[in-house]
Write a protein of this length. Structure first.
Lengths: 110, 117
């Protein structure tokens, strides 16, 4: 089967750094996405990785290891507005569908 | 600016009624998707379309149908609403695939919260 695992909930402090992990087992691999979803809102795109390594975009970075079936999202200099759910999704290839993890709810404390 | 809209944003209906949720995008994307999102689950794919007159079933398609008569719209119909279909429904669209990379990101509508009583 196809499976994506993420921690259900994490807590971090304003100004700190947090790493949200995602592991996947899929029939194929053609890219991994991270989305942010604030409560009651739609998911919005954060990052995309298809090759191994780190992609940096401002305070957010995303890492991929295809051999380990593993990715993480790194959030630096946390702000209260970063309180949200973070969704990991994989394209297993051959079409445009995504397999979604259940999401990690990130709680930021002052 | 291009956008993707959904209507209604909230809907309460009774068991057994037919319900249609609208999705309209002005991105001119060929790919469109319908998901439902329930607590404890990831986004689950209901139906998807890769172009006009093309529709495909996703992992949770039972009790739902879609039609694609133009590029902009993909309405989702619940044939006979059931309490198990109480959920938040998201429509999304995307471009195809870029050279040397996988698929492009999906853009989501604001969602429709459906309650079936």
């Amino acid at each position: 089967g196809q499976n994506i695992d993420q921690p259900t909930e994490m807590t971090a402090t304003e100004g700190a750094i947090v790493q949200i992990n995602c592991t996947y087992q899929t029939s194929g691999f053609n890219g991994l996405f991270w989305y942010q979803q604030h409560a009651g809102e739609a998911p919005t795109f954060l990052s995309y990785n298809v090759l191994d390594g780190l992609e940096e975009k401002g305070r957010f970075s995303s890492f991929l290891s295809r051999s380990k079936g593993y990715s993480y999202l790194l959030l630096k200099e946390l702000q209260m507005k970063d309180s949200a759910s973070y969704l990991c999704a994989v394209n297993p290839g051959s079409n445009y569908q995504l397999i979604w993890g259940a999401g990690t709810k990130l709680i930021i404390k002052p | 600016d291009a956008e993707i809209t959904q209507s209604p944003r909230h809907k309460i209906t009774e068991t057994g009624r037919q319900v249609t949720l609208a999705c309209h995008q002005t991105w001119n994307h060929n790919n469109m998707f319908w998901y439902r999102q329930d607590l404890g689950h990831g986004l689950r794919l209901i139906h998807y379309s890769y172009g006009v007159q093309d529709t495909n079933k996703g992992e949770v398609s039972d009790g739902y149908s879609v039609s694609r008569s133009n590029t902009e719209d993909l309405p989702l119909t619940l044939e006979s609403a059931a309490s198990s279909q109480t959920s938040v429904y998201f429509c999304a669209s995307s471009e195809g695939q870029g050279a040397g990379r996988g698929p492009y990101e999906q853009y989501f509508g604001p969602g429709t919260r459906l309650t079936v009583t």
